[in-house]
Design a protein around this ligand. Structure first.
Ligand code: UT7
Length: 337
């Protein structure tokens, strides 16, 4: 970046997943399916879901605390919170405002959610970059937390096999050493194909006027085949484009950390980049698709499990409802998770 653009540091990353595990075998109690069918088509063996009064807020808070701790910042130095959620437990107060409250931040700072579904983390990172780069804010907390299980149609065997709950968080700050951790970032959307994945909220008109024909169910409706085609045709090429923007070659980048939607989609990107398995972070087998949280979960868990060595670079990419997509080539400093 040229001019007076202030470089950004990725200072801390955290994640949190619920304890309750639902295996493919468990799903056979709901409808006719099999572990073999689900695993061969998606790479998923199990997913985590919230239960009882647990929500994405609890997961988001846990992930945020871990990211804050890793970043070493004082919680009161956070001057903006961005929530990225496609299935928040409530429309408002927003995830971000609730995080401000639950973290005990008394200072009046901006806190808002953006909705870019499974691309939410990359969208939030781009927005944070704009704020930090232009000196508007110095320390931003991004929280990506989703309760997909609450908006999944558990009678639909082609969608409910895919999703899980989880949260990821990232603290980004103005970089004191002048090194920018964002080598490239890009976000995009095509609303004309947005009907591929829809969640139409239950709604009503004023009782004094004509009522609308359709009332949404509040559940995810997805044309899985079309989403799959979109993902394998658009995303691998796009990841290459994001790498080109960074001025690096694919070989020079250490890891691919993709949105975890389907193992076959991850492999399509992997094949395009000609990456060996050890460069590709996949944990879809254990968590399914956790929407915006999937990239930070894969990153922080990858470090925890020793699959990712910090002091490295990675290409992140997300895609999903909208349809939206986004990618970033980032520097992963030591100690961030
Ligand atoms: O962030 C959101 C991103 N979303 C995605 O990435 C989803 C991308 N799409 C996919 O991953 C795949 O489309 C699915 C895994 C969702 C579905 O695989 P598919 O090969 O596209 O299956 P299909 O929906 O075309 O269904 C094929 C057959 C159908 O039976 P008939 O009509 O051929 O007799 C379905 O009824 O498979 C049947 N089927 C199942 N059978 C056993 C659908 N779901 C199941 C199931 N178990 N769970």
């Amino acid at each position: 970046m040229t001019g007076n653009f202030i470089p950004l540091k990725i200072a801390g990353v955290g994640y949190s997943v619920p304890k309750t595990v639902i295996t493919n075998e468990d799903l056979t109690k709901l409808y006719e399916t099999s572990d073999e069918w689900i695993y061969t088509r998606t790479g998923i063996k199990e997913r985590r879901v919230v239960s009882g009064n647990e929500t994405a807020i609890d997961l988001g808070l846990d992930a945020a605390k871990k990211a804050i701790e890793k970043s070493g910042i004082d919680v009161n130095s956070i001057d903006c919170i961005i929530g990225a959620a496609s299935a928040p437990p409530q429309l408002y107060p927003t995830l971000a405002c609730t995080m401000q409250d639950r973290l005990g931040i008394k200072k009046h700072i901006p806190a808002f959610d953006l909705t870019a579904a499974c691309t939410g983390l990359i969208y939030a990172l781009q927005v944070a970059r704009g704020f930090i780069g232009t000196g508007v804010y110095k320390t931003i907390l991004i929280v990506a937390a989703d309760n997909n299980s609450k908006i999944t149609d558990w009678s639909d065997r082609s969608t409910s096999i895919l999703f899980g709950d989880g949260a990821g968080a990232m603290v980004v700050t103005a970089s004191e050493d002048g090194i920018d951790d964002i080598l490239s970032i890009d976000i995009s959307a095509n609303g004309s194909i947005g009907q591929m994945i829809q969640t139409n909220m239950p709604s009503q008109c004023c009782p004094l006027v004509e009522q609308a024909d359709a009332i949404g169910s509040g559940k995810i409706i997805m044309d899985g085949k079309e989403v799959y085609k979109f993902a394998v045709t658009t995303v691998p090429r796009y990841v290459e484009h994001c790498i080109e923007l960074s001025g690096k070659t694919a070989e020079e980048i250490d890891y691919l950390i993709p949105h975890q939607a389907n193992q076959r989609i991850i492999e399509a990107i992997q094949n395009r980049l000609k990456y060996s398995d050890d460069k590709v972070i996949s944990n879809i087998k254990y968590y399914g698709n956790t929407s915006a949280a999937s990239i930070p979960i894969a990153l922080a868990e990858g470090v925890e499990q020793g699959k990712i060595k910090l002091g490295s670079t990675a290409v992140l990419c997300g895609f999903g409802e909208g349809m939206t997509w986004g990618g970033a080539v980032v520097r992963l400093r030591k100690g961030i998770c």
